[in-house]
Unconditional design. Structure first.
Length: 431
């Protein structure tokens, strides 16, 4: 059980708070590259700050204050100019470093005054990687955007999915180190929702271990042993706000103390028969979390079930009222470690998993169950056999994680995988 003070320390994300300062040492994914190609401006709330992301016509990405320093107009209605973001109210032009490049009427009235040199807008660096746009709100020098191993893989169909979840980010991240929930929240609850009998294999043993970039969790399920990869390799909670399962990442990006942007990055390896496969554009979509008809949370997909658990804990889970047990060892370990890191930052030291070594960052190796599959692929038949052995590996026919996948993404996925159009041939080897 935690004190109220400890609960606050874990959950507050604003500048100047211990966790807010820690989180500002890491790059946060906030949008998809393709998203800004479709709409060059995007209103963003991140770590309690109200901002606007844009891409100008020269290709620069900027992340600046939402309000224009002139008379506070909302710059998410501004337009991306040749170089910078132009305010729609009086035309002042801001660049991605925070400089004011033009003040049209001021320059006509007092060309020699150079008023523009005396005003700046708050601006943060943005970088593109793996189809995502990343923002860094911390002090310079900014570290490197991590090149996690899956970002270097070829022959995959990648998609990015966003959901806004109305609760604090930290209870979402605690789920990244909670193996037992999978058995209940996903497997058994899905059975109950579908009216199916029986139970899924139960957890016999769980283990947690800190490593360079986070904490791994391992499990032995009924019917498996310590020789299986779920125990020998495990999955991981990546520092400070991500779950990595082997084939996908889920970032829990703090919007503010009471809201979280879930950013999912999903990799599906195409079968060897479909190689070489190259994606011209990584698709992105927004998954709804609430059923419009009933106004209840959607429960049909894996991550939606997670969301139900997280929002159910309250906007900010009250950890003074908990009763932690053996299944929560990972949660306890993570809380302790992240609070230590917040103290480290307060002392001016570097926290865990900040990447600054460019050579190493060419590819950051992670624990990956079924790595060979993702890297080398397999034939359709082989992958079907292996999938039955290790759930979660390709080749999936439907997207199981989030509801609302747009039809064009589904169709692009099926084409990439060589799956027949639905209804064409239900008995194909992949069907
Ligand atoms: S408020 Fe933006 S230019 Fe006037
Ligand atoms: Fe889950």
């Amino acid at each position: 059980m935690l004190s109220e003070e400890q609960n606050k320390a874990l959950t507050q994300v604003g500048a100047g708070t211990p966790m807010g300062e820690l989180l500002r040492r890491y790059w946060m994914p906030i949008a998809a590259v393709a998203e800004l190609d479709d709409h060059p401006t995007k209103p963003v709330r991140l770590l309690g700050e109200t901002l606007v992301l844009y891409k100008d016509k020269a290709g620069n990405y900027g992340l600046v204050d939402r309000h224009c320093p002139h008379r506070r107009a909302d710059l998410s209605y501004g337009w991306a100019d040749d170089c910078g973001l132009r305010c729609h109210y009086h035309g002042w032009l801001w660049d991605h470093t925070g400089r004011c490049l033009q003040q049209p009427f001021e320059e006509t009235a007092h060309p020699e005054a150079r008023f523009k040199d005396r005003v700046r807008i708050k601006a943060y660096p943005v970088e593109a990687k793996a189809g995502l746009l990343w923002a860094y709100l911390g002090p310079p020098p900014a570290p490197l955007v991590p090149t996690w191993e899956p970002f270097t893989w070829a022959n995959g169909f990648v998609q990015i999915v966003f959901s806004e979840v109305p609760c604090n980010w930290f209870q979402c991240q605690e789920n990244s180190i909670d193996p037992v929930h999978f058995e209940w929240l996903h497997s058994n609850w899905s059975r109950a929702l579908n009216g199916a009998d029986g139970r899924s294999p139960t957890h016999l043993k769980v283990g947690f271990e800190e490593f360079e970039y986070g904490i791994t969790y391992r499990r032995v399920l009924e019917g498996q042993s310590e020789q299986d990869e779920l125990w020998t390799v495990g999955r991981c909670c990546l520092w400070p706000n991500c779950l990595f399962t082997g084939g996908h990442f889920e970032w829990r990006v703090p919007i503010d103390d009471g809201n979280m942007l879930s950013v999912g990055w999903f990799f599906d390896r195409v079968p060897n028969e479909m190689e070489p496969y190259k994606q011209d554009r990584i698709p992105y979509w927004v998954s709804p979390i609430r059923d419009a008809l009933t106004d209840r949370w959607i429960t049909s997909h894996v991550m939606n079930q997670d969301f139900v658990a997280w929002v159910g804990q309250g906007t900010v889970a009250d950890r003074t009222q908990e009763h932690l047990g053996e299944s929560d060892r990972g949660v306890i370990m993570m809380r302790r470690r992240i609070l230590e890191d917040a103290e480290r930052v307060a002392r001016g030291e570097e926290p865990k998993a900040v990447i600054r070594d460019a050579e190493k960052n060419r590819c950051l190796r992670l624990p990956i169950i079924g790595r060979d599959f993702f890297v080398n692929g397999s034939s359709r038949v082989e992958s079907e056999i292996s999938r039955q052995r290790t759930p979660g590996l390709p080749l999936r026919k439907e997207f199981p994680f989030l509801t609302g996948q747009p039809e064009e993404v589904r169709a692009a996925y099926r084409r990439a995988m060589g799956l027949p159009e639905p209804g064409v041939d239900a008995r194909s080897p992949a069907g």
